[in-house]
Design a protein around this ligand. Structure first.
Ligand code: ZN
Length: 462
């Protein structure tokens, strides 16, 4: 066997170190080396597009896609369509006709773009929501004219999550340019209504089988969970409405009526005395962040009783009435250790207890919305691919977290039945929905490099 200086195993050696039988080992070593080289190319290509990533984020922020009511969905989808079609994506604009929230005045438009590789294989799907919450007060810059500084992009949605959307587009484009003969497909979706439950967005797409196993195998949602964290899922939620009924009468003779607000007061008292202390003791093993959310929780979302609140320009006094109706919305959050049925039953039992103490109380309990907790397994392929890329990028394994609130993963899991799904994206969650929201440009570059390398692991394995 001759020494082959062109061979990785023999180079620099006086004696031949490989035989024909060793050829496989040598070729694997070459594959690894070429992968290393490609990773470096991906990193450099992403870094070279740092300013472009910031500029794309700014362009997306300029669409004031405020939800509710759901403005500008078509316009932002048209913009993304022009960009992605120019990169040989097959782009569809899809309106969620008839979905909750959809109307001719505020149509629910979504975009799905797909680019197939050189041969068929698995599909990696990036899903971002295009809607943002209202700007609110307290901004020092225009929320819909993005301000780009040396290291940040400011604007409504910069962090949640137009920065994440731009990051995934840059990552996908760089990957396609660098590894044009990849195996499988890349999909990018831009969907509406995440901030109001996602029914006209991801839920609707999932109902149209857009996340069917034959189409999509891996999903990454670039929500702002921080560039070194992988979010595996979220807690469950039960939103429900309790309504107490009384009897209307003149306020000067309350004994002739029955005050619905006093009945509600008794229910609030029972929540305070019984449910809150019990929930405080209910800890979860799910790695929810922040840590204070690693237990069951309850929020009273609203209470309305008596007369409608008068408009600001009304200068008269209210009328004297005993309120005959009071409504309260509860927001109960729970982890995998509790079942949705148990959560429902617990509130029903509490109401039974109050009814027993207050003869004559009539109240109803109506569910508004519920989602069971979601938790992707750490051994799932998309988790492993992103975790390896994070570790290479930052020299430490990712922190695995669970979100206290739900996001669109719930629909991909529950309707799409796709469990190989995570949230991973740049930005700090605490900044979401705040005035002067921003995303770090270096964070976007880091996250795009991680995403590009995750694509390499999933679509060009050696
Ligand atoms: Zn978001």
């Amino acid at each position: 066997m001759k020494v082959d200086q062109g061979c990785i195993a023999c180079a620099g050696s006086d004696t031949a170190v490989h035989t024909e039988d060793d050829w496989l080992v040598v070729s694997r070593a070459e594959d690894r080396l070429s992968h290393l080289h490609i990773k470096q190319q991906l990193n450099e290509a992403v870094a070279a597009r740092r300013q472009e990533c910031a500029a794309l984020t700014a362009e997306l922020i300029a669409f004031p896609t405020v939800n509710p009511p759901g403005e500008g969905y078509r316009e932002i989808c048209e913009f993304l369509k022009r960009r992605l079609a120019a990169r040989d994506f097959t782009v569809e604009l899809l309106r969620a006709h008839g979905a909750r929230g959809d109307s001719d005045r505020h149509p629910r438009w979504n975009l799905v773009a797909r680019r197939d590789g050189a041969s068929s294989g698995e599909c990696v799907h990036f899903n971002s929501h295009t809607d943002v919450v209202a700007a609110g007060e307290g901004w020092s810059v225009d929320p819909f004219v993005a301000t780009i500084t040396e290291d940040r992009v400011y604007g409504r949605g910069a962090c949640d999550m137009k920065g994440g959307l731009a990051t995934s587009i840059i990552a996908a484009e760089v990957f396609i340019d660098t590894v044009p003969d990849y195996v499988g497909a890349i999909e990018i979706s831009a969907t509406c209504d995440e901030e109001s439950g996602g029914f006209g967005g991801v839920a609707w797409l999932a109902e149209q089988n857009r996340f069917a196993p034959s189409r999509v195998q891996h999903v990454i949602i670039p929500e702002p969970l921080n560039k070194n964290r992988i979010c595996l899922g979220h807690r469950g939620v039960l939103w429900s409405e309790i309504e107490t009924h009384g009897h209307i009468a003149h306020g000067s003779m309350p004994f002739l009526g029955d005050c619905a607000i006093r009945h509600m007061g008794a229910i609030v008292d029972a929540l305070e005395q019984q449910l809150w202390p019990a929930l405080q003791q209910r800890h979860t093993a799910m790695p929810v962040v922040p840590e204070s959310a690693r237990r069951a929780s309850l929020n009273i979302n609203s209470i309305h009783g008596g007369l409608e609140e008068a408009s600001a320009d009304y200068t008269g006094l209210p009328s004297a009435l005993v309120p005959d109706r009071c409504r309260m919305v509860l927001d109960r959050r729970f982890a995998v250790e509790e079942s949705l049925d148990d959560v429902r039953a617990e509130i029903e039992q509490l109401l039974d207890g109050v009814r027993a103490e207050r003869p004559g109380l009539t109240c109803t309990h109506r569910e508004l919305f519920s989602v069971v907790p979601t938790l992707t397994d750490k051994s799932a392929p998309v988790v492993r691919a992103v975790a390896a890329a994070v570790e290479e990028q930052f020299g430490a394994p990712p922190e695995y977290v669970v979100s206290p609130g739900t996001y669109d993963q719930k629909h991909i899991d529950r309707i799409g039945r796709l469990r190989n799904c995570i949230a991973y994206g740049p930005g700090e969650l605490d900044l979401a929905h705040q005035p002067d929201e921003w995303v770090g440009i270096d964070d976007m570059v880091d996250a795009a490099q991680v995403m590009a390398r995750a694509l390499l692991a999933l679509l060009a394995p050696n």
